[in-house]
Design a protein around this ligand. Structure first.
Ligand code: GUN
Length: 284
């Protein structure tokens, strides 16, 4: 069965739009920083900015050249940290190689960290602290499964990919002792031995490796739930990390690419922006 992330995400975006419409006075505001001219990053920021327009979240995009120094980027972040009109700051990754990503994510005010990449938010996530801002893609996957009535509790969830953006925070999230979590998580990566043996033991298999068609049907247990986080461009077409055509035939549920996890990531960005806004305006 196809898991329709696009539909679920659009319902969430509509709910947020209604909440924003009811806010009297200053509306939530999100600022994007895009460094360089990577076409994929440009396209992601455009999609996120469009979602802001759809929800009436105020947004602006600061475009900086590839040659921007780390010092200048830090100065820009500092200005946004101190701007009372700005509730959320998102620096699109990856950054040019002369800029240290970790230095940049640490410079963002944790209260405006809509990506949830600041060590304070990641640390809170690991501790199960409810005030953590949770990274958008992991949160989107959790909500997508919940809204599709797929419980992860007690199940063997195998994640393939150990990125700071998806794999690591997703493992921390799904293993929490909390409603909608309680999964038994295995995190696999490029150095994992006997990968297929492990993926075949998954009740829920999550592919986040960034390699097109990496997950073949031989790697999937019949009846498993398969979540595809990949966004890869092959011959001008966007494809996931899962060989959809073959795996669809044996999975009980599968997320498509596009139209699966991607729209959920954007919906969760709108949700995280609302959360930051509400906390900053003392409305919660
Ligand atoms: N690059 C790829 N995914 C993301 C994301 O979720 N946030 C940011 N800031 N950059 C990304």
């Amino acid at each position: 069965m196809l898991v329709n992330g696009k539909l679920i995400a659009s319902q969430i975006v509509n709910e947020i739009k209604e909440i924003v419409a009811k806010i009297v006075g200053r509306k939530p505001g999100l600022t994007f920083i895009l460094v360089g001219d990577d076409p994929a990053s440009e396209s992601y920021v455009r999609s996120k900015d469009r979602a802001c327009a759809a929800t009436q979240i105020r947004s602006s995009v600061i475009r900086l050249p590839n040659s921007t120094s780390e010092k200048d980027l830090l100065a820009q972040i500092d200005q946004l940290n101190n701007d009372k009109q700005v509730d959320g700051i998102l620096v699109q990754l990856p950054l040019p190689s002369h800029i240290n990503e970790s230095t940049i994510t640490q410079a963002i005010d944790p209260e405006k960290d809509v990506d949830g990449f600041h060590p304070i938010n990641l640390g809170k996530l690991l501790q199960g602290d409810d005030s953590a801002i949770i990274p958008c893609t992991p949160l989107g996957i959790k909500v997508l499964l919940e809204k599709s009535q797929i419980s992860v509790s007690g199940k063997h969830v195998v994640i393939v990919g150990r990125s700071n953006i998806v794999g690591k925070p997703l493992a921390a999230l799904l293993m929490q002792k909390k409603a909608g979590c309680n999964a038994t998580v295995t995190l696999c990566h490029s150095q994992t031995h006997h990968l297929s043996d492990i993926t075949r033991s998954a009740d829920i298999l999550i592919a986040a490796i960034g390699q097109p068609y990496f997950i073949r049907k031989e790697m999937v247990k019949p009846g498993a739930v398969v979540v595809d986080v990949g966004i890869n461009r092959v011959n001008g077409k966007i494809v996931g990390d899962v060989d959809f055509e073959e795996v669809e035939k044996i999975a009980s549920h599968i997320t498509p690419v596009p139209g699966g996890v991607g729209p959920m990531t954007i919906a969760m960005l709108m949700q995280n922006t609302m959360t930051c806004f509400l906390k900053r305006t003392d409305l919660v």
